[in-house]
Design a protein around this ligand. Structure first.
Ligand code: S3P
Length: 417
């Protein structure tokens, strides 16, 4: 158990890890591209290490030196590989599309949590393109075997960047044009990176089209992950101030700032710039009285991974907050509607589950206590924030899962300011 002491005041400047979504893509796409590439500021969390392990198993050469990766793409992929995707939904879903496109025969599997997550959402559209993709009752292990693909227009039911990216990766090898249209635009790191690598890709509103393309390796400077910075931003809002530098503020990822606007959190974006096709800024957040909010519909995809944290902040707000349209939370690393409600209630708050969201009755402060991570990194980190802002503090059970996306989380959190 990780013990967390309450703090009356929390402030500081934080040096946070690289973006998980961009790191996965920089590794995977460069592994299948012509030439060599250097990726700097990469996240070396367990999920991205799973992507490295899989791409090496397929034949790519990847040298790791701290957070710098040197990647040499392979023109000749190994067939018949068994690809261990660990806990990583992004690895297994993107790689299924990648293997289908490159006609690589492979078995893709993962840990107990990953094996419960839905895989038909990628298998079905890939099959529509002509791919041979078999799931195990809709889950991993997933088996891909060689087949020629034909481009099609696919309308997805969920706004998921993992599904969109799997289809686009396969579409890069299909005959004709492949178009993905999603209900609400999900994170667009795949589109940005594929364009930088020379792919024939066009974006129009919520639709993205690709045609047959060969990718050139490109260097990538990975910005700080706003999903990791969010925990420190929240502590700044609750307890003092936090300056998070070099944070990726791609508009498809900044839903947390929309939630901050609604709650009345005081923040500024400083030193705004663009690097490697991604918007970056230093984010300064200052202590603010929090108001209850409602969130739903098209607001949800751009803050999907931050919703447990937003709900925790609502527990410290004044009044009743309601989150709807977030059913996707049920199929993340844990059922995050259940685990978030349990977490808030275990720390003395009042949170009710709805089928597609949460109702949180804010109490301005929580008591504290002991909460389980359910082996879900985002629940572990949300618990730590809640405890640090609580009256009595307490403990997080099974905290080591933070290493999935933020290996140094507790070290940075407990740093004396
Ligand atoms: C991710 C997309 C999101 C997100 C996940 C990372 C990505 O999942 O929850 O942490 O890198 O594409 P969905 O695409 O399933 O919503």
């Amino acid at each position: 158990m990780k013990q967390i002491l309450p703090r009356d005041y929390f402030d500081g400047e934080f040096c946070l890890p690289g973006d998980k979504s961009i790191t996965h893509r920089a590794i995977m796409f460069n592994s299948g591209a012509d030439g060599e590439a250097v990726v700097t500021g990469a996240l070396m969390g367990e999920d991205c290490l799973s992507t490295c392990r899989c791409m090496r198993a397929l034949g790519a050469e990847i040298d790791v030196d701290g957070t710098t990766l040197r990647i040499k793409g392979t023109p000749q992929f190994r067939s018949g590989a068994e690809l261990d995707c660990g806990n990583s939904g992004t690895t297994i879903r993107l790689l299924t599309g990648f293997c289908a496109g490159k006609e690589i025969e492979a078995k893709l599997y993962g840990d107990a949590s990953l094996s419960t997550r839905p895989m038909r959402r990628v298998a079905d559209p890939l099959t529509e393109l002509g791919a041979n993709v078999e799931t195990t009752d809709g889950h991993a292990p997933v088996y891909v075997s060689s087949a020629k693909l034909t481009g099609k227009k696919i309308k997805t039911k969920v706004s998921s960047a993992q599904v969109k990216s799997a289809i686009l990766l396969a579409g890069l090898s299909a005959d004709g044009t492949t178009t993905v249209e999603e209900p609400v635009k999900s994170r667009d790191h795949t589109e940005r990176l594929l364009a930088a690598m020379g792919a024939d890709i066009r974006v129009e509103g919520n639709s993205v089209s690709v045609s047959k393309s060969t990718l050139k390796g490109v260097d990538v400077e990975v910005p700080v992950d706003i999903s990791s910075a969010a925990y420190f931003m929240a502590l700044g809002a609750l307890k003092g101030s936090a300056l998070c530098k070099n944070v990726g503020v791609n508009p498809t990822r900044t839903g947390i700032l929309t939630a901050f606007d609604k709650m009345g959190v005081r923040y500024t974006l400083q030193n705004r710039r663009v690097s490697g096709g991604e918007e970056i800024a230093d984010v300064l957040v200052q202590k603010s009285p929090l108001q209850a909010i409602t969130l739903g519909g098209a607001e949800i995809p751009s803050m999907i991974d931050e919703l447990p944290l937003v709900a925790m902040m609502c527990a410290f707000a004044d009044g009743e907050s309601v989150i709807t349209g977030a059913k996707e939370l049920r199929v993340k690393e844990s059922d995050r509607i259940f685990t978030t409600a349990k977490l808030i209630n275990d720390l003395g708050g009042e949170c009710e589950e709805r089928e597609d969201g949460l109702v949180i009755r804010g109490k301005k402060c929580l008591r504290g206590g002991v909460a389980d991570s359910f082996l879900d990194h985002r629940i572990a980190m949300t618990a730590a924030v809640g405890l640090m802002a609580s009256k009595e503090g307490g403990g997080v059970l099974r905290p080591d899962c933070c290493a999935i996306s933020f290996p140094t989380f507790f070290k940075q959190l407990e740093r004396k300011n």
